[in-house]
Design a protein around this ligand. Structure first.
Ligand code: HEM
Length: 456
């Protein structure tokens, strides 16, 4: 049997000498290291040694073929004191139990119920946007998309149980918590200092505010027994197969907060980049509009019609190939492993650079070219496994994939049909990869009411 290879080490000095640039956007550095190392390298930041890869066969092995040997890394579990023990942050038997319980809540029938909420939130959002469009001022697309996807997920979760004031408070609190988390993950050495400065206490007080709101809504809904067709109904009604019991309030709080966190920034960033791409590719925008005209026949959209928006789906998929919101995911091996001729020792985190795989020229010729026709049904069948996985893969595939696609198809269809967009910055947007892949400039865009609107 041939000898197993060890991942090549990148000298830490190469990162330390350019730490500022690396912290702002590590992707070009990572891509360069991977160019030099056959797609798998070892890097160390601080005390922690880790692997980085853009080999699709390694991603497939870790996420799917040998997934039982892998758990989430400390970076993810670091979140649990703040956002709790929900699907995204737990592992093992508890994860399996929760996933089985929650999965039906995202099936087609539930999504169909949620469509009305998504359509009405998009309509409200467009009313506000129309006022801005009349004034002819540029907007920050990233902020706008964050707001609309936050509202969609909030109403999808809690129906009318959450008023705008409470939603604003959750939004502000989560922003603070996320900033704190990014700081302690990227600069672990400052954690004791933040503790001393009372920052940790402050963050915990934000969490208490969020808890008070969510527990309040849950108590109200339990007392009224009302059904609102939202995800909270599902969380309250679901029963474990073995015991026949439902979740505790604490579990419901944890799972719903995870949906909040996982479910809006990702979609917001995907949409932001897609509107940027549409603004640069009028021929694609035209095809999007033609599809909306054909499907809607001048009437309102509904669940069945949204499912016929195939071209818009292709545009979204290509947008997420070029700008995957979850640009990197990681896992840690429980036992020593091997794949593609390489050793993967236990306890060392492996970072799967989704962005790198989505831009691999061997998998995606001319990777920088925006071409939604890469995702026609015929082309999808020919794709290499794990050459494209913006929603992750294997058993831990994003549970909200159907929710996100439905929501994003609605938002693209409605906005593209109603407005013209032009990118309003002198230089092209730079990548700003935090937890998700944002544009550094928040994507200024001029939105105007659409001038011509010829029927199909
Ligand atoms: C464009 C939008 C979205 C993208 C790109 C995305 C991406 C992902 C990815 C890559 C994972 C796997 C992470 C890993 O393997 O470590 C994941 C997991 C997850 N996502 Fe999403 N997501 C999106 C929208 C949503 C929405 C709308 C929700 C909820 C309403 C959601 C809830 C979750 C949850 C709960 C998990 C954990 C699933 C598990 O481990 O069982 N996501 N997502």
């Amino acid at each position: 049997m041939s000898e197993l290879k060890t991942a090549k080490r990148i000298p830490i000095l190469r990162i330390l000498t350019r730490l500022r640039k690396f912290s702002q956007n590590p992707i070009p550095f990572m891509q360069q290291f991977l160019d030099e190392t056959d797609g798998l390298c070892e890097i160390s930041l601080g005390m922690q040694k880790m692997y980085l890869t853009r080999k699709h066969e390694i991603a497939r092995h870790i996420l799917q073929q040998n997934h039982r040997n892998y758990i989430k890394s400390k970076i993810v579990t670091e979140f649990t004191p703040y956002i709790g023990h929900g699907l995204l942050t737990v592992d093992g038997a508890y994860w399996r139990r929760q996933r089985r319980l929650l999965q039906p809540g995202f099936h087609k029938a539930k999504l169909q119920q949620l469509t009305e909420i998504m359509l009405s939130e998009t309509e409200d959002f467009m009313q506000e946007l129309a006022t801005t469009a009349d004034r002819g001022e540029p907007i920050l697309m990233a902020k706008e998309m964050m707001e609309v996807t936050m509202k969609v997920v909030a109403r999808g979760l809690f129906g009318s149980g959450l008023n705008d004031e409470d939603l604003g408070q959750i939004d502000r609190a989560l922003t603070e918590v996320q900033q704190h988390l990014v700081t302690i993950v990227r600069k672990p050495m400052v954690k004791p200092l933040l503790h001393l400065l009372g920052k940790e206490r402050k963050v915990q007080s934000y969490i208490k505010d969020i808890d008070a709101i969510i527990y309040g809504i849950v108590a109200e809904r339990r007392a009224s027994g009302e059904q609102q067709g939202d995800l909270l109904d599902m969380l309250l009604d679901s029963r474990y197969e073995d015991t026949g019991l439902g979740m505790t309030d604490k579990q419901i709080r944890d799972e719903s907060l995870i949906f909040f966190v996982a479910g809006h920034e990702t979609s917001a960033n995907a949409l932001t980049w897609v509107f940027y791409l549409l603004s640069k590719h009028p021929e694609v925008l035209q095809k999007v509009r033609a599809e909306v005209d054909t499907v809607s026949q001048g009437g309102a959209l509904d669940f069945d019609k949204v499912n016929q928006l195939h071209y818009i789906k292709q545009v979204l998929m290509e947008g997420m190939r070029m700008y995957p919101p979850a640009w990197i995911v990681d896992r840690v091996a429980l036992e020593d492993d091997q794949v593609a001729g390489y050793k993967l020792p236990k306890d060392i985190p492996v970072n799967l650079l989704i962005y790198g795989i989505h831009h691999d020229p061997e998998l995606w010729p001319e990777p920088q070219k925006f071409d939604p026709d890469r995702f026609t049904p015929e082309k999808i069948k020919q794709q290499v496994k794990f050459s494209y996985f913006p929603f992750g893969g294997g058993p831990r595939l994003c549970i909200g994939q159907g929710f996100a696609m439905l929501e994003m198809q609605i938002i693209v269809a409605e906005l593209a049909n109603r407005f013209d967009f032009s990118y309003a910055d002198e230089s092209e947007p730079e990548l700003f990869p935090l937890v998700t892949l944002r544009p550094l400039n928040n994507m200024p865009m001029l939105i105007t009411n659409r001038t011509e609107h010829e029927p199909a």
